[in-house]
Design a protein around this ligand. Sequence first.
Ligand code: AMP
Length: 551
Amino acid sequence: MESFLETNLSPEILEGIKKLGFEKPTPIQAETIPVLINNRTDVIGLAQTGTGKTAAFGLPAIELTDSNLLQVQTLILCPTRELCLQITRDLENFAYYVKDLNIAAVYGGANIVAQIQQLKRGCHIVVGTPGRVIDLIKRKALNLASVERVILDEADEMLNMGFIEDIDTILAATPAQKQIWLFSATMPPEIARISQKYMKNPIEIAVGRKNTGAENVQHEYYLVHAKDKYAALKRICDMNPDIYGIIFCRTRQETKEIAENLINDGYNADALHGDLSQAQRDQVMLRFRTHHLQLLVATDVAARGIDVENITHIINYSLPDDPEVYIHRSGRTGRAGRSGISISIIHSKEQGKLRTIENMLKKNILRKPVPTGKQICEKQLFNLIDKVEKVTVIPEVAPYLEVIYKKLQWLDRDELIQHFVSVEFNRFLEYYKNAPDLNIYKESTSKSTPYKKEKTQNSRNLDQQPARSGKKGYAKLKINIGKNHGLKPTKLIGIINDRTRNRDIHFGKIEIDDKFTIFEVSQNHLEEVANALNGITFSGINVYAESLKKK
Ligand code: AMP
């Protein structure tokens, strides 16, 4: 479908869409809108945040709701307050030119009296979280007797949050003759049960499993010992001074710990999890949305429904159990044509999980070397210099300059630069002075734990190369550059000589393949050579080296 004009939506709604700048329907919209408008049928939509699903159900819901009839005709249930507010905002935008359509958002953690008053004034569409909706039904403030359609958004998440009984209660309070539109990012068996219990011959619509932005997301991983995860996280953040990202943790406890550690270590981070009060959560989200907070450390449930633009990085501090959750997490970056990076920090036992995710993504997850202290210091230094060069000097600084000049006049130009660079930069130099290499070079012998769902295991290009028995006293290293990148034996030896300045290193066989190279190096220099190569850039490739263990 090339245009919304083909959808038969009424002119006021089309006008609203135009105002939002939507040019053509997203795939899920192209599939659902005609079905929902033209058939009074139940629908199950498999769609994630980022696919345009809110409009996929929101536009038909507005179209079918009669604003001349002041009663609740459409009820939308969703798991969190954030999502509730977001859906309501979206619907209000879609209905900008629709006359007299009242939409109410009802959610927990906010003053119920104000919500009751709004409902009393009359409304056509109610967007709510299950607990608060039940509360309002019990208080007789919300009458669902005239509801014609119930939309369950993020149904899987509502089930995860234990709302199943609430949903039962709410559906029981609505007329038997109604439509149910159920949207979910994943399809666990419980959804099938709901659909069997409540829905009549639902049409199933699944438009790709990925978020619209997923094409623009690069997937990377860092392999470290479990004890080094936090240190690796800090290095990744330090290597990306302008990072604006979400760090996903597994539990509330882990979320708290990581956020606290990051804050103590001077990072602009905060936590979002279920133990916070609603006001605290709002405060954190406000800071994040307005870019006053760079790193949001969150659990999946707490981060649900957060639709924030421009996220540069998603960091999986802990991999989720369900690979679909990984896909959902990573879909929060790389939106609206921008690129994004999804990073996983894993230990060797988690490599199987990563492979399952690769199978689902149908994309490689690239291994990256954990940056060295030196690389981070260089990056931070040039970032600082760049900022100094580009900063706008505002006139308000003028009155102070004379005193400042006087105070600093004993320093010449070079000294002055050294001083001011040191103010910002000493912290990094100090911290990373003797920073160890966090990369794991030897392949782990421990068995990886794949996801249970896994059926096939793709062999990973670099990690899974079979080790061949080598010359005595030599160890094998493998690097991710080869003929295609212009590597030749002399070049390789030259690079290693240049970087190690150690002429005692001996080389055995060097096999240069198209995309990678395996070579032998004197056993006692293995680590030195790996360190020398790790992290350098060759023909635009970030090089990493790993040792191949002998059979
Ligand atoms: P959602 O999946 O509903 O959270 O939507 C993700 C983002 O895509 C939101 O910022 C929407 O405003 C935007 N969006 C939804 N539909 C379209 C469309 N047809 N064209 C452009 N952007 C859209």
